[in-house]
Design a protein around this ligand. Structure first.
Ligand SMILES: [Zn+2]
Length: 492
């Protein structure tokens, strides 16, 4: 008997970095991969995984889920690390403390938040290290106005403090404050470049949608990379680009070829979700995105917004209330092709934009399982990765399994590893790497969550280990398992 804790025996082990794709045993000990080989000696826990794929757990760069219940849905989708990088959090120390105190089924980590730092510096809204603060004030014009130099200095100093505290980068929700000076955006990028941290941008409006925008959202990201040397990550290029994805990706390609560090991510759904009070959902602005009020479904009641008056009312009474937004039609071949293009674009990674659960009635037990039907979300929360693997490996993406998996694990880990050396041990299935592992049926892996039934867990995911501990076993959630650890940067 070996000294290992367990062996996953006889699975098809895929590691996109080394190119390994073969039948192997995988031994786990003390939270790490201890050995990969043929005919490994027995261990106390033996798990037969013949016929299944064994690979690194999925690394989600874009998860707004910050509670146990929602993260369980992500674990059931193969996610072993869920990071809040686009909105970010501030103070990050408070966010890390809160997650550690509650316990997490998967690994967690946070960027600092330009929007929250700005809300504080410009509008006096005190951040508490939660997304709730952002959503509650999402539509408040007070934080979106142009800032005075002293206010910019104050928000930059808050971001710098968080970066020194281990924040993974800077989240920049500039698309929610479309009138902010482009000079301020460049100052944030300059700070990121100096700190050696990536930025994660929800882009401003594109010029095709808003001819009067202060700067084209795609040009702004690319320009900041070229001008400051910062690593600019372009969040959900699918949803903010809509039917202009080809133009945006061509721009990104040119910048990359010229040496700028611009990376992209996408999620495989046509509909978006955000707080109904967002600036770009104002009734008079819907037409810019080809929307009408009934293109929005308000999650707390499930109602399709009936008209302009109702939209105004909801924006006034519950600006942070989440709404589904019908941007692209997945049943329309041309829209579907655009979505696939955003996912198959070279180097683009899969990221879910997973949303917090909306409770249509108070939960009887916030960590009860299974989730009651009173919890709703965007299906991307529960299904992004299984859906992406299905579409990219088996469906119209035609990438094959190793390349599809690269976009879900290795790609996101590599994107962060300069600032976060701990990410060098994630996204890979190799000896000495963290035992964050997903085991799935390659023929059966698929999402089951839909717009109408948004919390159905994915299918075909047989086992998920986080730091060597099962959080999903034989397709079932392990209720008591909270093995997630903090992922932090090592500041320069
Ligand atoms: Zn976003």
């Amino acid at each position: 008997m070996s000294s290992w804790d367990g062996v996953l025996r006889g699975g098809r082990v895929i590691d996109p970095e080394s190119g390994l794709d073969a039948i192997r045993d995988v031994a786990v000990a003390q939270g790490r991969i201890a050995a990969i080989g043929r005919g490994l000696p027995p261990a106390p826990a033996e798990v037969d995984v013949a016929g299944l794929v064994v690979t690194a757990g999925f690394v989600d760069l874009h998860s707004h889920v910050n509670d146990v219940a929602g993260l369980r849905l992500q674990a059931l989708d193969g996610v072993t690390t869920a990071l809040e990088l686009e909105a970010g959090m501030t103070p990050v120390a408070a966010a890390y403390r809160h997650a550690a105190a509650e316990g997490r089924p998967v690994n967690y980590g946070f960027a600092t938040s330009w929007a929250l730092a700005r809300m504080h510096a410009v509008a006096g809204i005190r951040p508490r290290g939660t997304l709730g603060t952002f959503l509650a004030s999402i539509g408040d014009p007070a934080w979106q106005r142009r800032a005075r130099p002293a206010e910019v200095a104050a928000l930059l100093s808050a971001l710098a403090d968080d970066l020194a505290d281990g924040a993974l980068g800077i989240g920049i929700l500039v698309g929610y404050a479309p009138a902010v000076s482009p000079a301020e955006y460049l100052q944030v990028a300059t700070l990121a470049a100096a700190a050696g941290g990536p930025t994660f941008t929800h882009a401003r409006d594109l010029i095709e949608m808003v001819p009067g925008t202060v700067i084209d959202g795609a040009e702004e990201i690319v320009r900041a990379a070229g001008q400051t040397g910062a690593h600019m990550h372009y969040c959900h290029v699918n949803s903010t680009s809509q039917r202009h994805i080809e133009r945006v990706l061509a721009l990104v390609s040119r910048a990359q070829a010229a040496g700028a560090r611009v990376t992209t991510e996408a999620y495989p759904y046509g509909y978006a979700m955000t707080g109904i009070g967002a600036a770009f959902l104002a009734p008079e602005r819907l037409a810019e995105r080809g929307l009408v009020p009934s293109s929005l479904t308000y999650a707390p009641t499930g109602e399709r917004v009936s008209g302009t008056e109702r939209l105004r009312e909801l924006r006034r009474t519950d600006p942070g209330g989440l709404a589904m937004i019908e941007l692209l039609d997945e049943n329309e071949p041309s829209d579907r092709a655009l979505l696939m293009r955003s996912l198959t674009f070279p180097g683009s990674v899969v990221a879910s934009d997973a949303m917090p659960l909306t409770w249509t009635a108070p939960p009887p037990d916030p960590v009860g399982w299974p989730l009651p039907k009173t919890a709703v979300t965007h299906p991307r929360t529960a299904g992004t990765f299984a859906r992406a693997v299905r579409l990219l490996a088996r469906g119209e993406g035609r990438l094959g399994l190793p390349e599809a998996l690269r976009k879900c694990s290795l790609g996101p880990a590599q994107l962060l590893q300069d600032r976060v050396p701990a990410m060098r041990r994630k996204g890979r299935l190799q000896s000495a790497c963290d035992a964050d592992v997903v085991v799935f049926d390659p023929a059966g892996i698929t999402d089951r969550a839909s717009y109408a039934d948004s919390t159905r867990p994915s299918a075909g995911i047989r086992h998920v280990l986080v730091n060597g501990t099962f959080v999903v076993r034989n397709g079932e959630l392990v209720h008591e398992a909270l093995p997630g650890r903090a992922v932090r940067a090592e500041p320069r």
